[in-house]
Design a protein around this ligand. Structure first.
Ligand code: MEV
Length: 447
């Protein structure tokens, strides 16, 4: 397949033309296909085009709603953007379950963000570097005032700057480790701009200081970047209820709570299970993060680092039975923003935030953590009772029928057929073929 230099310089039309002629044999249907996904409103499309480089079309994700969340006494309908069929259903089920049992309670534990100037200094005596750092430390605050002024007016800014000696891990490796409060913005651009300024200040001060010898003035900045690991930007969400209120059909509240806690315990001790367990948590969190225009890669990276903080990858959620009460909670770092980034630009994001009452960043942290907890509750509730596939395959049935290109009438009939039966891919194909009056394929692909 061909490669190209200067693709980004081409117009959008020329990019499409190049793709169609080189990757679709010039098939005009490919051209039409891409353009069919363009927004009718030219201004809205232009906005999307300009989010990234080389946009040629849009990529849709379903935007679903999970109603009935009661969080700290307030009701929310939560927007979720996700492709996996059962996620919104599971979150909603958890919300409904806890709506009748006192809802979700949350606490913001901390909201600090972190960034580093990573540098190399090969001096012999780290105390001398420390003395130099302490002498120039006020300059890091005063000389970045132009960048931090607005954030300070909003109640944020630089909280602290430390010199960290990492020479035990790598010869000559030191850090300026800075802590920030970025209020309602996620703060990546703010932090990175401040760090790059720190780097300039550091280099300038090294050159002119008389606290270091000429040999000690050899200092090399490696990079300046925020850390997406924000263990001190932490929210806790929890639910609790008397055990007898947890009766699950034929299973008593006590048995359900015990089975549930055991499942959580397994995710606390077994990394294979913890990964899937946390994946379920992130199903909920990511969908809220995406719908509200936040950076789900940052949130994912951070959540999994946090899950490994003991040195072993573990569950993000925990459960206990104590004094007749069942308690289930999550503590998760979530560096989210409700201003800046896409939040004021993407029309669907603006809609999502409005639905949530234009929350501040702390409220959005609470909401996302709750959806993660609710998701995990529903997954575990199914896993320790009916099994996951019953609900999951029911939600997936329409995908199977759409793959088979079933008509609306066929879909209605088949969905009705499965009302009291377990869905499997082959069973769905079988009933579809029967209704169509066609032969069942010998091999049914995709299970
Ligand atoms: C599927 O996307 C998520 C689950 O596997 C989570 C879990 O096993 O806890 C159902």
């Amino acid at each position: 397949m061909p490669t190209i230099k200067g693709f980004s310089k081409l117009s959008k039309e020329a990019k499409i033309e190049w793709i169609v002629s080189n990757y679709f044999n010039g098939d005009e249907n490919a051209n039409d296909f891409l353009k069919n996904y363009w927004h009718d409103d030219i201004a809205v499309q232009k906005l999307h085009d300009e989010f990234i480089e080389n946009t040629i079309s849009n990529f849709y994700l379903p935007f679903g709603i999970s109603p009935n969340f009661n969080i700290d006494g307030k009701n929310y309908c939560i927007p979720m953007a996700i492709e996996e069929s059962s996620v919104v259903a599971a979150a909603s089920k958890g919300a409904n379950f806890w709506l009748d049992r006192g809802g979700f309670k949350t606490t913001i534990i901390a909201t600090e963000k972190i960034g580093h100037v990573h540098f190399i200094w090969n001096g012999k005596d780290a105390d001398r570097l420390n003395q130099f750092f302490n002498a120039i430390k006020p300059k890091f605050y005063s000389e970045t005032f132009a960048i931090t002024k607005n954030m300070q007016l909003r109640g944020g800014g630089i909280i602290d700057i430390e010199l960290i000696d990492k020479t035990i891990d790598e010869p000559g490796y030191f850090q300026l480790k800075a802590t920030f409060e970025t209020c309602d913005s996620m703060g990546a651009n703010f932090i990175n701009s401040v760090l790059e300024e720190f780097s300039k200040i550091l280099k300038d001060e090294v050159e002119t200081t008389d606290l270091l010898t000429e040999a000690e003035k050899e200092l090399q900045v490696v990079m300046c970047i925020l850390s997406n690991y924000t263990p001190n930007c932490l929210v806790r969400a929890e639910v609790s209820a008397p055990i007898e209120s947890l009766n699950e059909g034929k299973i008593s509240g006590q048995e359900f709570a015990e089975k549930f806690c055991r499942a959580v315990r397994i995710a606390e001790i077994e990394p294979y299970r913890a990964t899937t367990h946390n994946k379920g948590v992130m199903n909920g969190i990511d969908s809220v993060v995406i719908a509200t225009g936040n950076d789900f890669r940052a949130v994912e990276a951070c959540a999994h680092s946090y899950a490994s903080r003991s040195g072993k990858y573990q569950s993000l959620t925990h459960a206990e039975i104590k004094d007749g009460m069942f308690k289930f909670w999550i503590e998760v770092p979530l560096a989210l923003g409700t201003v800046g980034g896409l939040t004021g630009l993407h029309p669907m994001v603006k809609f999502a935030l409005k639905m949530l009452g234009n929350p501040d960043a702390k409220t959005l942290m609470r909401i996302a953590a709750v959806v993660g907890l609710s998701q995990n509750f529903s997954a575990l509730r199914s896993l320790v009772t009916s099994g996951i596939q019953k609900g999951h395959m029911k939600m997936h049935l329409l995908n199977i029928l759409n793959q088979l290109e079933a008509t609306e009438a066929e879909k209605v009939e088949i969905v009705h057929y499965f009302k009291d039966k377990i869905v499997s891919h082959s069973a769905a194909v079988e009933i579809f073929c029967k209704i169509r009056g066609i032969e069942m394929p010998k091999i049914v692909s995709k299970s």
